[in-house]
Design a protein around this ligand. Structure first.
Ligand SMILES: [Zn+2]
Length: 148
């Protein structure tokens, strides 16, 4: 199974959509805790689902179970806290389940994969669910994430 990830960073809307289409993504799972952006207003949960829908791509917000602050602090993994561990694992299981039917892309704001909590989610998916994880770079190219 393959799961994709990306950070929209300062990409214009059209280029973001182009990158998703280039990689045949059918569903974007938003893993931002707060699905809004002052700098990239089109990424708001009030706009993005419609934009994606018009391009044949589904949208789902999962920042409640896979938002960064549950297991990520100051740019580093801070372990799964007892009170949030179950939430995170349920979120991961849901993503893996959805990925059986959809070509899923987990989306955050951060352009830099290594400085984003999606790098931790990638480790969980690779080591615990044997998923092949790819990050879509700003130019649309794919980078397979490995644990070594
Ligand atoms: Zn991020």
């Amino acid at each position: 199974m393959k799961i994709f990830m990306t950070g929209y960073s300062n990409l214009p809307q059209d280029k973001f959509i182009e990158n998703l289409k280039k990689n045949s993504i059918t569903m974007v799972i938003d893993i931002r805790e707060k699905p809004y952006s002052r700098w990239q207003p089109w990424t708001s949960i009030k706009k993005l689902p419609d934009i994606l829908f018009k391009n044949g791509i589904k949208y789902k917000w999962m920042g409640g179970s896979l938002g960064g602050s549950l297991f990520w602090k100051d740019g580093e993994e801070c372990g799964l806290f007892k009170e949030t561990e179950k939430k995170v694992w349920l979120g991961l299981e849901k993503v893996v389940d959805i990925a059986k039917k959809e070509k899923v892309c987990l989306m955050c704001a951060c352009g830099n994969f290594d400085k984003c909590h999606r790098s931790i989610i990638a480790v969980f998916l690779i080591s615990d669910y044997q998923v092949n994880v790819f990050d879509i770079a700003k130019d649309g190219s794919l980078h397979e994430i490995s644990l070594t």
